[in-house]
Write a protein of this length. Structure first.
Length: 112
């Protein structure tokens, strides 16, 4: 599974009403196996509790949101397709960030 596929599955799982905390944390753990490079190489991430990993992932998504926003700002007004695509990426990143924060608040802080 690629990172994009795992990320999409994570968001879909956590955004579906009625999903249990176990199902959501399992989706995060699947995502963790394909986690983006900056987190993958972080030894603190590797040994952190589940709650801390989710927080670090949320922080990563926050940085990605900023990068995408800067990209959006730097696009010319006549680049409508690129602007629409980038705006959609920003929305998806914001949604993922919010889901991660919600999940972090729900898990046991000591769970590995």
């Amino acid at each position: 599974m690629t990172t994009d596929e795992a990320l999409k599955a994570f968001v879909e799982t956590c955004d579906t009403p009625g999903k249990t905390l176990g199902e959501m944390t399992n989706a995060f753990k699947e995502l963790e196996a394909t986690i983006p490079h900056p987190l993958q190489c972080n030894s603190e991430f590797a040994y952190a509790t589940l709650s801390k990993k989710i927080r670090m992932f949320a922080d990563y998504m926050k940085m990605e949101r900023v990068k995408k926003f800067v990209k959006f700002i730097n696009l010319k007004p006549d680049e409508t397709d690129a602007r629409a695509e980038t705006l959609q990426e920003i929305k998806e990143t914001c949604k993922t960030y919010q889901i991660a924060l919600t999940l972090e608040a729900s898990v046991n802080p000591n769970e590995k």
